[in-house]
Ligand binder design. Structure first.
Ligand SMILES: Cc1cc2nc3c(=O)[nH]c(=O)nc-3n(C[C@H](O)[C@H](O)[C@H](O)COP(=O)(O)OP(=O)(O)OC[C@H]3O[C@@H](n4cnc5c(N)ncnc54)[C@H](O)[C@@H]3O)c2cc1C
Length: 440
């Protein structure tokens, strides 16, 4: 996805591009063909609503930039209500044909197994980056800066947490500043609520790991349902331990268990549920997590998951031009930068392709406004996210700076989302026209 879009964008700016693709010579466990832009699982680009949905807005921005992924997806669209579903094989064949016939593009079917030492490169090798290249990247970045699994805890919009039940406090009030001492949001559970929660967790529908997916994984980070299967008290002695915390709403009642949420972005609009990585199916997750007191009305920016996924600690490694700080002739794009999903990956390819083309033509594009979907995502991965707990992210409105003067909470949501998308469209259009002026 990202590599195809990056190549297209740079080629359209007049740059000669070589795409290096290892398939079909070297296969991955998820791809089935040798086509570029193969959709490895679902055939959906998710919501196409560009007024009320952040991924729909990303579609809009990519169409406005002449993106090959979106325009080809539109040409191979299947009926799917408000979503953009795609006829996957004709779509991938059409993207491959467009790239193959582009006068500025060559395709070389080979595995890249070392980090290139010169030239201008965009590495967009995705969640299933081949082992040799992953080793080379880890060698250059430090092994701890390259992850091989995402273990995503669900992420909740802060405004949807009921602070009448939850409270802000770090365990044992640790921290130098008031901000640190109140860094966590805590949700208390009584014994009955905990028992009901464990029952729901044990009964929930779960997804199975794919063959070969778990190797080397389980040591670090168990799914909560696996912890619950090991013993009903395990979670109460692990991520849900109630120690070092006092509930100001009921100071005399000691909670039986406490679920903690930690800030997930600098804006403070998103919180992740600490230690709650899970393989529960999405529908089951919302049912189970809404049983947590304080989260009964929670809106989720993304649900939890555990997947094979090679990704960089981008907030520490990449600059705002998506270059590897230590090797600035190399950019990264797509899922390997810590975005998640076909559309987000393609969007990061679009941006990397344009940034690289501009640099090769001797100028630097202005940063994409943070108020656009593309800008919100790239700002998140290159600095807005908490580096220590960085996990892949979908585009969502929690990444956008607030529009002043609008009502918070559920009631104001429709107006707020419309205001975000109107502002984004104006700012993206401005950035695109400015970047073509820069190029001229
Ligand atoms: C099993 C699985 C299921 C998924 N399901 C979904 C889903 O349903 N919906 C969704 O939105 N997202 C899904 N994703 C995430 C999905 O991978 C990304 O959304 C998207 O494909 C990532 O785009 P990308 O361009 O970063 O990587 P990819 O689309 O994977 O492209 C990377 C390309 O690099 C090639 N490559 C890798 N290493 C080398 C090398 N060393 N040399 C040369 N070429 C190399 C690969 O063959 C591949 O063609 C899934 C991921 C996995 C692993």
């Amino acid at each position: 996805m990202a590599g195809s879009e990056a190549a297209w964008q740079a080629a359209q700016q007049g740059i000669n591009v070589v795409i290096h693709e290892m398939r079909p010579k070297v296969e991955t466990f998820a791809h089935r063909t040798g086509n570029l832009a193969e959709m490895v699982c679902s055939n959906s680009f998710r919501s196409d609503d560009d007024e009320q949905n952040a991924v729909g807005l990303l579609h809009w921005e990519m169409r406005a930039a002449g993106g090959v992924i979106m325009t080809t997806a539109d040409a191979h669209k299947l009926p799917a209500g408000g979503a953009l579903a795609v006829d996957r094989d004709p779509f991938a064949e059409a993207v491959t044909a467009k790239l193959t016939s582009h006068p500025n593009i060559q395709i070389s079917y080979e595995e890249i197994d070392t980090l290139p030492t010169d030239g201008n490169w965009i590495i967009a090798t995705g969640p299933l980056t081949s082992g040799k290249l992953a080793d080379a990247i880890a060698g250059a970045t430090g092994a701890e800066a390259l992850a091989f699994f995402d273990a995503i805890a669900p992420i909740v919009y802060a405004e949807s947490i009921d602070m009448g039940q939850a409270w802000r406090q770090s365990r044992y009030d640790k921290g130098e500043t008031e901000e640190e001492r109140t860094a966590y949001i805590n949700c208390p559970m009584s014994k009955d609520q905990y028992d009901a929660f464990i029952n729901a967790l044990l009964a929930a529908d779960k997804t199975e790991f794919k063959e070969g997916e778990t190797a080397g994984y389980f040591d670090g980070c168990l799914p909560i349902e696996v912890m619950a299967e090991r013993g009903r008290e395990t979670l109460r002695h692990g991520p849900m331990k109630p120690v070092g915390l006092t509930n100001p709403h009921a100071p005399d009642v000691k909670p039986w268990a406490v679920v903690q949420l930690r800030r997930d972005n600098a804006l403070g609009t998103l919180y992740n549920i600490v230690g709650f990585q899970t393989k529960m199916k999405y529908g089951a997750q919302t049912d189970v997590f809404k049983q947590i007191p304080g989260l009964q009305d929670a809106s989720f920016a993304r649900l939890g998951g555990i997947h094979r996924n090679t990704f960089l600690n981008s907030p520490t490694l990449l600059d705002d031009q998506m270059r590897l700080k230590s090797h600035p002739h190399i950019r990264f794009a797509g899922q390997i930068t810590g975005v998640e999903g076909y559309v987000e990956s393609a969007a990061m390819g679009l941006l990397a392709g344009r940034l690289a083309a501009a640099e090769m033509q001797g100028h630097t594009l202005a940063p994409v406004p943070h108020t656009t979907a593309t800008g919100a995502l790239v700002t998140h991965i290159t600095g807005g996210a908490e580096a220590k707990t960085f996990q892949p992210m979908n585009v969502n409105f929690g990444l956008f700076p607030p529009v002043e003067g609008l009502k918070g909470g559920r009631r104001g949501r429709k107006d707020r989302y419309k205001a975000y998308t109107d502002r984004a469209k104006a700012d993206w259009t401005g950035w695109l026209s400015q970047s073509s002026l820069d190029a001229a």
